[in-house]
Design a protein around this ligand. Structure first.
Ligand SMILES: [Mg+2]
Length: 114
């Protein structure tokens, strides 16, 4: 089995801001909208980084995603809110650079934008 190629390795090293700017660029390309918490210190602790929605309303609630680096850990508050959102049936999850490499992020956004 071969490991990641050089391009994939570069993506896997993305800081969270780099992951976010790539996600946001794709959201815009798909004509989606997003809300991002710019200063988490002045917001509800643990609230997901990103809420993405599409004005055609094909996806009922939009997507809530916590962004993390490859090795970033969820805080307790983040884990609690993710579980609460999930229990409410919200589309919630965590995206990491590996999910960009695998195409999961792109697939989830394209699916929500359809
Ligand atoms: Mg984050």
């Amino acid at each position: 089995m071969s490991g990641p190629n050089p391009l994939e390795r570069a993506v896997l090293a993305w800081p969270e801001a780099e992951l976010q700017s790539n996600v946001v660029a794709l959201v815009k390309a798909l004509r989606g909208r997003y809300f991002h918490v710019y200063d988490s210190r002045r917001s509800v602790p643990g609230y997901p980084d990103l809420h993405v929605w599409f004005p055609n309303c094909r996806h009922p609630v939009g997507l809530f995603r916590e962004l993390k680096t490859e090795r970033g850990r969820l805080s307790d508050e983040q884990a609690v809110i993710i579980e609460q959102f999930r229990a409410c049936g919200y589309d919630v999850g965590v995206w990491r650079p590996r999910d960009w490499v695998s195409g999961r992020i792109q697939n989830e956004l394209r699916e929500a934008a359809r």
